[in-house]
Design a protein around this ligand. Structure first.
Ligand SMILES: [Zn+2]
Length: 274
């Protein structure tokens, strides 16, 4: 599942390919990914609009178009974009096809079909769901507010920091890496941690995800940014990787467990449970 660095890499790749292109046609093959409105409404809103900018907020991709139109795209588990200079044959798992005036095409493919599209405008896109509930990213989040939400919770710190309404963008891979860097066990109850410890985890998450973004993200299973381009950060993971059997710091075996059904890697020796 793409996390914050991967979504940032996708946005950057998309900007390089489709900025200032005008949508000539939109072919929707799987209607259920297009939420709230029907296919005709999406087409009516998007046809003849120019793509002005593409940004992210947490794991949401925000496509700003002319006439104040905003399209929100979320990749969820397996969503991928493919760009073609010329009209192209259908990719497998093709869900939607954006055809531009110059006949280039952007395809959205999704083998699991969990991805979503929402139609918004410039006035409402961040005031209503889904974006209204998305918290700030680690580098801009208010630590006092995060601490307030965690200090009475018996839920594990790992589970809490995966909640996109508390901090946005941290997913399963990077929370394991951030907790390893902070020497805190993923099983620690949120209420057992001090504000300073929580600040440290979030700072580490932000720093690690920035480095991953610089390296094109992490490809452990199937993530690709655009047109099969894989990331490189999987080579730099310190703990969240099946190939890493021992801790790089203490050389004791690392452990794989489930925390709230998510595969979780940690070093029981280096990471203390408070
Ligand atoms: Zn260790």
């Amino acid at each position: 599942m793409p996390e914050l660095p991967e979504v940032r890499v996708v946005c950057k790749a998309l900007r390089q390919k489709v900025l200032h292109k005008r949508i000539k046609d939109l072919v929707i093959l799987k209607e259920k990914l297009f939420k709230e409105k029907n296919v005709a409404d999406f087409k009516k809103a998007l046809l003849n609009k120019e793509i002005l900018n593409i940004e992210n907020r947490g794991k949401h991709i925000i496509i700003f178009l002319s006439d104040n139109i905003v399209l929100l795209s979320h990749l969820r588990m397996e969503g991928k974009y493919r760009y073609y200079d010329k009209p192209s044959p259908e990719d497998s798992h093709l869900m939607a096809r954006f055809i531009f005036e110059d006949n280039s095409e952007l395809h959205y493919c999704d083998s699991r079909m969990f991805g979503t599209f929402y139609l918004r405008d410039l006035d409402n896109y961040n005031k209503i769901l889904p974006l209204s509930k998305v918290a700030n990213e680690p580098n801009s989040v208010n630590i006092d507010e995060v601490y307030k939400k965690l200090k009475h919770s018996d839920v594990s710190i790992k589970t809490k920091l995966l909640d996109q309404e508390i901090v946005s963008g941290i997913g399963n891979i990077y929370i394991d890496e951030a907790l390893f860097a902070s020497k805190i066990s993923p099983l620690t109850k949120s209420s057992s941690l001090s504000k300073e410890q929580i600040a440290k985890i979030i700072k580490n998450a932000g720093d690690i995800m920035e480095i991953s973004f610089q390296k094109g993200g992490t490809t452990l299973f199937s993530y690709e940014s655009l047109n099969n381009q894989e990331g490189e950060y999987q080579n730099f993971l310190k703990v969240h990787n099946d190939k890493l059997k021992e801790c790089s710091v203490c050389h004791n075996p690392t452990k794989k467990i489930k925390v709230n059904q998510r595969g979780t890697y940690y070093c029981p020796h280096c990471q203390k449970e408070y």
